[in-house]
Ligand binder design. Structure first.
Ligand code: MN
Length: 190
C-alpha cells in the first residue's frame, strides 16, 4: 500500500490529478468506478484499503451478469482523494483523456471473519488472489469477486458478479452518467 508508483508516473506540474496522500474514510470503506477515455476507453475500479485506493483497470467495464467475467488489470495504488477526481488529464500526461466518476458507494468484505480485522482479511485475499465483497453503490450493488488469473501475466484478475437479487442481464454500462455531475463523459468533454 503505497503511492510511490502513482507519483512516479505523473508530473504534478502538468496533470490535473490530485497529488494525494494516505487518507481514510471515517466510517465505512468506499469504492469508486471511474470511466476513463484514455487511448483505450476503460473503467477504473478502486477499493479503499489502508488509506489508498487499490485499483484495477477493466477494459470492458463491470457487469451485473454473473456469466460475464470481466478482465481487470491491477494497476498502481491511487490516493484516497482520487475518489472525487473528474476532469481532463491533459495531452502528454500519463493516462491523458477525460475521466468521470461513473459509480461510487461503500463496500464490505463478504464472509468477514470475526477473528480477523478487515485489513488482514483484505490483504490475505490480495495475496491469495481472491477477494469477495459486497458493493453498495448507485449502479453496482450486491456481491462481487475479484479472482486472480493463474497465468504468466501477474496483474490479470477477473471481476465477477455473484448470483444474488442484484444480478441482472441488463447492461449496467447503459447508465452512462457521472454520479457527481450528472453528465455523460461526452458531454463533459465539451
Ligand atoms: Mn485509467
Amino acid at each position: 500500500m503505497d503511492l510511490s508508483k502513482y507519483h512516479q508516473k505523473r508530473d504534478f506540474n502538468t496533470t490535473t490529478e490530485p497529488k494525494g496522500e494516505i487518507n481514510k474514510s471515517k466510517k465505512e470503506l468506499i469504492f469508486v468506478v471511474q470511466k476513463h477515455a484514455a487511448s483505450q476507453l476503460h473503467y477504473d475500479f478502486r477499493l479503499e484499503m489502508d488509506g489508498v485506493l487499490k485499483s484495477w483497470a477493466i477494459p470492458k467495464g463491470p457487469s451485473m451478469n454473473p456469466e460475464e467475467k470481466r478482465l481487470a488489470i491491477m494497476v498502481e495504488d491511487h490516493p484516497y482523494t482520487y475518489k472525487d477526481f473528474e476532469g481532463t488529464i491533459p495531452e502528454g500526461n500519463y493516462g491523458a483523456g477525460n475521466v468521470m466518476v461513473w459509480d461510487n458507494g461503500t463496500y464490505t468484505l463478504a464472509d468477514q471473519e470475526k477473528t480477523e480485522s478487515v485489513e488482514a482479511q483484505f490483504k490475505s485475499g490480495l495475496q491469495n488472489g481472491h477477494l469477495s465483497f459486497i458493493l453498495d453503490g448507485k449502479k453496482l450493488k450486491g456481491e462481487f469477486a475479484l479472482v486472480k488469473l493463474k497465468i504468466k501475466q501477474k496483474d490479470a484478475w477477473l471481476l465477477i458478479k455473484k448470483e444474488d437479487e442484484h444480478a441482472s442481464e441488463t447492461d449496467v454500462l447503459l447508465k452512462n452518467k457521472s454520479v457527481i455531475s450528472g453528465l455523460t463523459l461526452e458531454a463533459m468533454a465539451k
